[in-house]
Design a protein around this ligand. Structure first.
Ligand SMILES: Cc1ncc(COP(=O)(O)O)c(C=O)c1O
Length: 419
């Protein structure tokens, strides 16, 4: 099928929720993707943070094949060996004690909100009204289902679907004075993306996160962190909150967890878990044997990659800072590890930069209108960062693209698929 015929069919058949780049992708290897015409693209986006190990990673392929040959799905009516094993890994690296598995980020977040309300209810005494208010942050993004939308601090996502879940108030990002003003004993949870992703790659300030922890500890409310984009190694530590010395009551993860298969998780404390009992929450697909077996393999590979993520993140940051010093249109470079953003002076310039990078066969994208987002696979090497930086330098300088050597992707070798 040609790109033109796929576009025609999708236009006729799909609900029009996506505005896709006009590229028909066919395969990937290492940090490269290849389209139907054989053009190769350097990937600094990882399927929005999912493909942390790039494409065709040998260990992931092996586990996938082995487990797919044994058992893909059984429902949560029965046991299989991998949920507990995966929970053991996730609790060990997070410091939390319990896990619940689902299929996506928004579903993890939705469950986290339910857990917060259920916990508040379990704690209410003498017929008093359980804490119900949820504080979330301006500019945040937690997903597309109703609870997630209700706590997403960007009106453009919420408004078409109002009215949403009640009891949610928004606090200006990193504004400690407003947090103190809006917090009281009716709050059951403070919800924070440790590093805002869709909101423009903005790490929460240590002062704000520590205050949120202090306030919630005082009343028994929960600190709920969304690490769906920034968690699981993206910032160079297992979890972004580990940069802050703060422990949450609940953390949600998803994107890279099963290396491209849909899997999300809610991690929490024993105290919160005890507020739930069988039948209160569940999922048909969540935590199936295939996704869990692959996630266990992902975490094994990740263990050996964390320091590489930190070092590559520092290197990418230094190259983006160099571009900032050189180009007056760059306002700020922000982020942690391999989750970096470059804010430009206008949305139009950022939009043009993404499409000009695409002409140079490099994937980045734009978030929060004017911020270029860099989420490369964790296996990225300095040479790839140099290639991307050179192209972005050209784009920001307004230079025309250099002719691209037509280079068909070779059949991947084992080495290539691992870098
Ligand atoms: C921080 C954050 N939370 C939640 C979500 C929703 O995840 P999903 O698209 O898997 O539902 C996203 C997706 O981009 C995200 O970045």
């Amino acid at each position: 099928m040609s790109l033109a015929s796929v576009i025609r069919s999708e236009q006729a058949l799909l609900v029009p929720t996506y505005d896709r780049y006009k590229i028909l992708l066919q395969q990937g290897s290492g940090v490269y993707l290849q389209d139907a015409d054989g053009n190769r693209y350097l990937d600094f986006l990882s399927g929005i943070g999912v493909n942390a190990l790039g494409y065709r990673h040998a260990a992931i392929q092996r586990t996938l094949k082995k487990q797919a040959g044994r058992l893909i799905h059984i429902s949560n009516l029965f046991f299989h060996p991998y949920q507990a094993k995966l929970a053991q890994r996730l609790t060990k690296i997070s410091g939390l004690k319990r896990a619940f598995f689902c299929n996506s980020g928004t579903e993890a977040w939705e469950g986290a909100l339910k857990f917060a309300r259920a916990y508040a209810r379990s704690q209410s005494r003498n017929g008093s009204r359980p804490r119900w208010r949820i504080l979330a942050l301006d500019n945040s993004f937690h997903g597309r289902t109703f609870g997630a939308l209700a706590t997403t601090g960007q009106a453009k996502y919420r408004e078409p679907f109002a009215p949403l879940l009640s009891g949610v108030s928004f606090v200006a990002f990193n504004d400690v004075v407003e947090l103190i003003r809006k917090f009281d004993s009716s709050v059951c949870a403070i919800c924070i993306e440790t590093v805002q992703g869709e909101g423009g790659i903005r790490p929460v300030s240590p002062e704000f996160l520590q205050l949120a922890r202090k306030l919630t500890r005082k009343t028994g409310a929960l600190l709920v962190l969304d690490e769906i984009q920034c968690g699981l190694g993206r910032t160079g530590r297992y979890f972004a909150y580990q940069h802050y010395g703060v422990e949450p009551d609940i953390v949600t993860v998803a994107k890279p967890l099963a290396a491209g298969l849909p899997l999300g998780a809610i991690l929490t404390t024993n105290r919160v878990a005890h507020a739930l009992h069988p039948g209160m929450h569940g999922s048909t697909f969540g935590g199936g044997p295939l996704a869990c077996a692959v996630a266990i393999e992902f975490l094994s590979v990740l263990e050996g990659l964390l320091s590489h993520v930190s070092e590559s993140g520092d290197y990418l940051r230094s190259r983006l800072d160099w571009l900032k010093a050189k180009h007056s249109c760059v306002r700020e470079v922000r982020g942690l590890g391999l989750m970096l953003g470059m804010e430009l002076d206008s949305a139009d310039r950022a939009k043009a930069a993404v499409s000009q990078m695409l002409q140079r066969r490099i994937f980045i994208n734009r978030t929060n209108e004017n911020t270029l987002r860099f989420l490369p696979p964790y296996i990225i090497q300095e040479s790839h960062i140099d290639q991307m930086t050179r192209a972005l330098d050209e784009v920001l300088s307004g230079d025309p693209p250099q002719p691209i050597r037509q280079r068909r992707a070779r059949k991947s070798t084992r080495k290539e698929s691992q870098n």
